[in-house]
Design a protein around this ligand. Structure first.
Ligand code: GDP
Ligand code: MG
Length: 168
């Protein structure tokens, strides 16, 4: 079984915890009710006939994974389609990771969350797709609330990790 770590980054409030909770537990908590704010999860999934154990963390906590061999880590870089500042932070997050890894290229997926709030949209799909293209990186719009495209984004990051591992 392959162990991968998904690191979820982005400005506070964009829905990082909500995406993780939706993906792992298929639950969504609205304003004011978050019974337990976990910031790390583990989930076993089957993707393209392979079984993976995903270690999912909200920020980079370099905890040891005992007895398991981590085969790579990838980044889910999240902004909210209703918040321009959070979109601008995407570039800064990517540059920070590039610096930390001393590498231009690393497995990542860009995620524009909160598509259920279409009326408050500030970032068009095209603008985000242009950004994703400059990094040659997959892009998804999601709603943690409506469970739209959540699994797709997490699964795509597994595929990006596989691709990266096959080239490096
Ligand atoms: P984090 O700081 O990035 O972890 O953000 P949270 O997951 O704590 O979410 C911040 C707020 O946005 C909470 O009130 C969530 O209920 C709300 N939220 C998260 N995702 C969505 C979404 O897809 N749609 C809507 N309408 N609200 C969301
Ligand atoms: Mg959070």
């Amino acid at each position: 079984m392959m162990l991968y770590r998904h690191i979820v980054v982005g400005k506070g409030g964009v829905g990082k915890s909500a995406l993780m909770t939706q993906f792992v537990q298929r639950r969504f908590f609205g304003d004011g009710y978050w019974p337990m704010e976990e910031d790390t999860y583990r989930k076993q999934v089957e993707i393209d006939d392979e079984i993976y154990l995903l270690d999912i963390v909200e920020t980079e906590c370099q905890q040891e994974i005992q007895g398991l061999d981590l085969k790579g880590e990838g980044f889910l870089i999240v902004y909210s389609i209703t918040n321009r500042e959070s979109f601008e932070q995407v570039t800064r997050e990517i540059e920070k990771i590039q610096k930390m890894k001393e590498k231009e290229d690393f497995p990542m997926v860009i995620v524009g969350n909160k598509t259920d709030l279409e009326k408050d949209r500030k970032i068009s799909q095209n603008e985000a797709m242009d950004l994703a293209k400059t990094y040659n990186c997959p892009f998804f719009e999601t709603s943690a609330k409506n469970n739209h495209n959540v699994q797709e984004a997490f699964y795509q990051l597994v595929r990006e990790l596989n691709l990266y591992n096959s080239k490096n």
